[in-house]
Design a protein around this ligand. Structure first.
Ligand code: ADP
Length: 607
């Protein structure tokens, strides 16, 4: 309002300034013309009225003086010729008066009166003179009776003409004075108008300058406004682009819960197109959410002007959503994402955790059970072995007495039978011994005595124990070692393992050769933690099928169950002892060509 009134005030003042400039310039343009017209009329009046009137008055006076002169000449000389001059003067007087009459009428009523007086006085003055000129009066009569009176009338006439002249001069001067005053007034007016025009022009200039600066400001404001509009448009587009490119679903509502925006991810999750949602009431469109935490949380966010965050299940769409709602100036902005998969995984994980806990408890239970069983088996086997070993040992003793004939002579056939009994008893004793070893190894009850030894020497010693056996079986036995290979281990146990491996090699190799090779290695297979020593026993036997290579390390597992030798526990015991020594036994085999059993021992101190 204030601005409007200021603007209209300015407009009115600037209009007034324009009008003032135009009017004063117009008046300024008129003023010289008016002045010129006034001046012209004064000059004209002077030329056509005052100047001729003044001249005529002087001529009249001259004619009166001429009349007097002619008459006096007549009186002095009595020459009648002067009568003609007198009449000429009178005729001239009549002409002059005729011309003067219209002029004095234009001068003033006083001048008219004064000319009338001149006529009257002159007429009276002329009566006697004319009579004399008409010779109605004798010269002598005239001089004697009339001269004195004529003199008085003559003076009156001149006085009248003088007064007429004074009136003409007065009016002439007055006219000049009036025009001079008018001229001064016009000059003052011109000056005033000039000043007004100047002031108005200054005002117009100031307004024009104001106008220009205001126009400039307006243009700047307009361009600024359009720039801001463009910036706002760009910002809006960027926001839309961001809202469309974010992975979260997004929608916005105003304070009346009317949906104002829905991004494409929200369209996808809600299975609704934005055209179906924008402009609609949120709780009409999602009626099932009324009364649920969705409504409660959104209303809380709006009422407390505070962001809220929650996870909730939306039954109509069968999805879990993670929601974050932020109050805005316009209403509420809601971001949400589908966390159904995460929830499922979480539930799955929790389920797995429970079953893992259960499995672990079960494993602990089983391990305890196993330990218990193992221990009782060990105890049982130990007692059982003891109980078997003693009677078997006694039986063997008696069989030996029989075999050697100490209990009396026996026939060669009986001796052979006793021999077989003894072999069976010893096989049974070996088996009992092996089972006892296995039980001990399983229970970790094998006592180790580590000493520093040369592994190559150990291997050679063990091989030599089997040289005779190998030779008897027609097998070649070769021992290879690059030099002394130091190892700190339980020598007896290593020998026990090597004996088992060599015994197997001899047992299961029908022909060919057996090689024992000792090496110091930087790594055990692929593991590279510390130096290792390997003792490999290779044979040219039948080999072991790949699928059986691990099974043969299980107790009582044999490739050929009908084979006469062995009970299938040797490798099981050997691996357990090797592992107790900090190493292991692995097998590599080429089916039909042979097998290599390698004992790995750590090169350091065996614990
Ligand atoms: P066993 O007393 O039966 O020899 P082991 O535990 O020493 O018991 O060996 C288990 C089985 O592994 C043997 O029965 C045999 O079938 C197989 N085996 C062991 N060593 C060899 C080898 N050098 N060549 C072929 N088969 C072998």
């Amino acid at each position: 309002m204030a601005n409007d009134s200021t603007t209209s005030w300015r407009e009115q003042v600037s209009l007034a300034a324009y009008v003032a400039v135009i009017v004063s310039l117009a008046l300024l343009a008129i003023t010289p013309a008016v002045m010129l017209q006034r001046l012209t009329s004064v000059v004209q009046d002077n030329d056509q009225i005052y100047e001729p009137a003044s001249l005529l008055e002087r001529e009249l006076t001259f004619q009166y003086e001429r009349k007097i002169a002619e008459l006096r000449a007549l009186l002095v000389s009595s020459d009648r010729r002067y009568f003609d001059s007198y009449r000429d003067a009178r005729a001239a007087e009549a002409v002059i008066l005729g011309r003067l009459e219209p002029l004095v009428q234009q001068i003033s009523p006083v001048a008219v009166q004064r000319l009338a007086l001149v006529r009257r006085v002159a007429a009276e003055w002329h009566v006697w003179d004319d009579s004399l000129a008409a010779e109605a009066i004798a010269l002598d009569d005239y001089e004697a009776t009339r001269l004195a009176r004529q003199r008085i009338l003559e003076d009156s006439t001149f006085a009248s003409t003088a007064r007429l002249r004074a009136e003409i001069d007065l009016q002439s001067d007055a006219a000049i004075e009036v025009s001079a005053a008018e001229f001064r007034r016009q000059r003052l007016l011109a000056l005033g108008l000039g000043a007004i025009a100047l002031l108005a022009a200054l005002a117009v200039g100031w307004f024009a300058w104001r106008q220009r600066s205001l126009t400039g400001q307006l243009q700047w404001a307009l361009s600024e406004e359009s720039r801001l509009r463009a910036a706002e448009r760009t910002a809006r587009e960027q926001v839309t682009m961001i809202l469309e490119s974010i992975t979260d679903a997004f929608f916005a509502v105003d304070r009346a819960w009317v949906i104002t925006y829905v991004n494409s991810e929200a369209e996808r999750l809600l299975h609704r197109r934005r055209e179906q949602l924008v402009g609609r009431h949120l709780w009409d469109e999602f009626a099932p959410a009324v009364g649920t935490p969705f409504q409660g949380e959104y209303e809380r966010a709006m009422a407390e002007q505070q962001a809220v965050e929650f996870e909730e299940y939306y039954a109509p769409l069968a999805i879990w959503v993670d929601v974050r709602a932020f109050p805005t100036a316009q209403g509420l902005s809601v971001f949400f994402r589908d966390i159904t998969r995460r929830k499922q995984l979480q539930e799955e994980r929790e389920r797995l955790l429970v079953s893992e806990r259960e499995a672990r408890a079960e494993a602990v239970r089983r391990r305890d059970e196993l330990e218990r069983v193992t221990e009782s088996r060990t105890r049982l086997m130990r007692g059982f072995s003891h109980d078997l070993k003693n009677p078997l040992g006694a039986a063997d003793g008696y069989a030996q007495l029989l075999e050697e004939g100490i209990m009396g002579d026996i026939s060669p056939k009986q001796k052979e039978s006793v021999g077989r009994i003894r072999i069976s008893i010893q096989t049974a004793l070996r088996l009992i011994h092996d089972l006892l070893e296995l039980a001990r190894a399983e229970a970790g009850q094998i006592e180790l005595v580590p000493t520093l030894a040369d592994a190559a020497e150990l291997a050679r010693g063990s091989a030599e124990d089997f040289r005779a056996q190998a030779a008897a079986a027609g097998l070649e036995l070769e021992v290879r070692a690059s030099g002394p290979v130091e190892v700190r281990t339980d020598v007896t146990r290593v020998r026990q393992i090597l004996s088992n491996l060599l015994s197997n090699a001899v047992k299961y190799t029908p022909s060919g050769r057996i090689t024992v090779e000792t090496e110091a290695r930087s790594k055990q297979d692929d593991q590279a933690d510390h130096p290792w020593v390997s003792i490999a026993v290779s044979d040219s036997g039948p080999g072991i099928p790949a699928e059986k290579r691990e099974a043969i390390f299980q107790e009582f597992t044999r490739l050929d169950p009908d084979a006469p030798h062995g009970a299938g526990v040797g490798l099981a015991i050997s691996r357990r002892i090797a592992r107790l020594l900090g190493g292991d036994i692995v097998v590599d085999s080429d089916l039909g060509r042979g097998s290599t059993f390698t004992l790995w021992l750590p090169a350091g101190v065996a614990e």
